[in-house]
Design a binder for this molecule. Sequence first.
Ligand SMILES: C[S@@+](CC[C@H](N)C(=O)[O-])C[C@H]1O[C@@H](n2cnc3c(N)ncnc32)[C@H](O)[C@@H]1O
Length: 264
Amino acid sequence: MELPSAARVYDAYLGGAHNFAADRAFFARAKEKLPHIADVARWNRTFLRRAVQTMAEEGIDQFLDIGSGLPTAGNTHEIAHRTNPDARVVYADNEPVAVVQTEELLKDVPGTAVVRGDFLEPDAILGAAATRELLDLTKPVGVLAVALLHFIPREQHPEAALERYKDALPAGSRLAISHATVDGVAEPVRSQTLDFIDSYKDTQNPGFTARDELEFRRFFTGWELLDPGVAFTSEWRSDLTDVDDFAAANPKNAVCFAAVARKP
Ligand SMILES: C[S@@+](CC[C@H](N)C(=O)[O-])C[C@H]1O[C@@H](n2cnc3c(N)ncnc32)[C@H](O)[C@@H]1O
């Protein structure tokens, strides 16, 4: 049987339909380890929507959403188009089901495309025909790496690939990242989260790695964090209205850091 994939189990956490039996079985085990995993996924997704809304309202009209996953409620282009119907969006993911489903969703949506590519190969994603056709890399771009970088272990140096994307973009570009953490998280959620993360060793994404706040901040080196700086996903600009808005009794239970930065 095919191993669960991060894209499809996340779809299961969010109540989506693009997952296989192996993914649903993984989700059932994940809920035993981290009972509020579905909330963690929803807080993360809410951060993504708030980040895109923020960037679009600040005038960003082109987006590169890397590790975009399976289509779900409130995709990047849908949020961006609420503010600017002409915004262009390129999605990228290395998971085949995610790419096929995204292609299906986008087939009648002008100004959007999906690229199958690996975050660790920036030149392939930045140089893909769809990217070159839709994004003008001489103008500010909103880059999203939401719930992506924790799938890349330290020995694969995600910060090096990220620098390549950051370097390729002009001043005024934005970068939104969320990332799993147990930094500052109290027991029992801390141990539950580590146990949950460990279970990914039996998936197609075995390198799942929690990072602390210092490591998270390093991803933004040289860029200016927008208010409120580094927050948990559940509390990043939680005043922004959102269809799927829901409060966290304890923001740290979101176990993911979130931030958006601007290239000076
Ligand atoms: C948890 S999902 C996040 C989806 C979406 N960004 C969100 O936050 O709602 C993580 C996604 O990252 C993708 N991914 C993991 N490693 C990747 C890599 N090296 N290159 C591209 N995509 C990757 C997975 O396939 C999956 O779709």
